[in-house]
Each structure stands twice: as C-alpha cells, then as structure tokens.
Write a new protein. Sequence first.
Length: 275
Amino acid sequence: MSNKIGVSWMALVVFGLILSGGCAFQDDLVTVNDRVISLEREKASLRSEVERYQEERTKSDQDYRDRYAELHALADDLRDEMGQLRGEFEQSQYGAGKLETRIQGLEESLQSTIDRLVRIEQYLGMEPSENLVASDADQDEPEKGDEGVEETPEALYSMAKQRFDRGEYENARELFRSFLKQYPKSEMADGAQFWLGEIYYHEKWYEKAILEYQKVIEGYPKGNKTPSALLKQGLAFLNLGDNANAGLILKELIRKFPDSNEANVAKNKLKTLKD
C-alpha cells in the first residue's frame, strides 16, 4: 500500500514538472513571436524612412534644378540691366552718383547669383561654370592666355566657356566654332556643340538652338551632353509654343535615358503639359 502511494506521489511530481516545463516553453514562444513582430515593424519603419528620404532627395534635386534655371535667367537680366545703365552713365553726368551706386549694387547681386549657380552646378554634378564677373579693370586688360590660346584644345574650350559665362555670346560662339573646326574628334567636342545650342537658347533664337542641339544628338549619341541636348531641345519647342514636338522630344529623352536627372525634369514638364 505504501509503495503504491509513493509511486502515485512520484507520478504527480513528474506530471507537475512536465506541465511547468510546457508553460515555460510556451512563454518562450510568445516572447520570440513578440520579438519577431517587433523586428518586422522596425523593418517596415526603416523601409518607409528610406523611401521618404529618396522622395525628398528627388524633390530636392528638382527644386535645385528649377532654382538653377531661375537664377540663370536672373543673371542674364542683371547683365542686361548693367549694360544699359553703363550706357546711360557714359552718356549723361546727371545723377551720376545714383547710377554708379546702382551699378555697384547690381554687380554685387550678379556676383552673388553666379556664386549660387556654381554651388548648384557642383551639387548636381553639372559642368562647372567659371565664377567670373570681371571688374572694369579686368575687362580693360587682356586676359591671360589670349595669345596662343589655340595651342591646346583645353585652353580654347576653357576660354570659350568663360566668354559664355560672362554673357559674351558672340565671342563665345566664334571660339566654340573655332574649337569644333580645329578639334572635331576631341572628347570635348560634344560639349562645344552643346554650348553653341545654349548660346542661341539664351539669345531666344530657339529655332537655331534646336538645330544646334540636334547636332549633339546625332553627332554624339553616346556623349554625356546628349540628355541635356534632348531636354533643352524640348524646352526650346515649348518656348516656341509647339507642345506636340516638345512632348515627343521629352518622351524620347525619358525612353533613352530613364535614369538621368534630365529625364526627371522631362517627366515633370510632361505633367504640366497634360495639366
């Protein structure tokens, strides 16, 4: 009888241990499951943050490009007004003090604008403009490298780009054409051709600009200026009020260079056309 009681007691003890062990195991499963759920939530949160960052970065790049275009237009306007005021200053001595002060203010504003353009170009990875707004003394003196500038393609290209940045479009046009004539096989030839298109674009001679951009597209299809040429060609058509051709060009840009910054700009332009 006592043996039976002992065996029963031992069985109860073992059964109790099994139950308690099972409960502990169940608690562990619950803990692990909660941790997995927590990690999944953290993963989803991180993915959301990454996507939001990418969207903000894309929007930021577009904002910079839009601001860049606005600043370029502002710089051109400032150059035109400065030229007009200098002419007035030379023709009349009346109000000379006010004119001189105004010209000085415009020069400072133009310099600040160009500085900002350079920083935006550097941020976007564009070909940097020369940060040059020469003083009267600098303009009167011959530039270093004017003599014998055509000895190297780099020197000639650099001088032509400097003239463009200063708004000296006629001089820049002659230098870029001279570059293409002398160095048609240069790695910078597509850039020289592109800047010819840009000169006509800034002069609002959009028909001529379209033709010059086309030379980039056909002559240098794999060059790094081709996406920009397509974009500016599309914008030139827009400026002419030809939305149909503009849309075709912008769509071609997106198709050929879908991952380019220019394609992002083209997509936004196409949205405005639809609206």
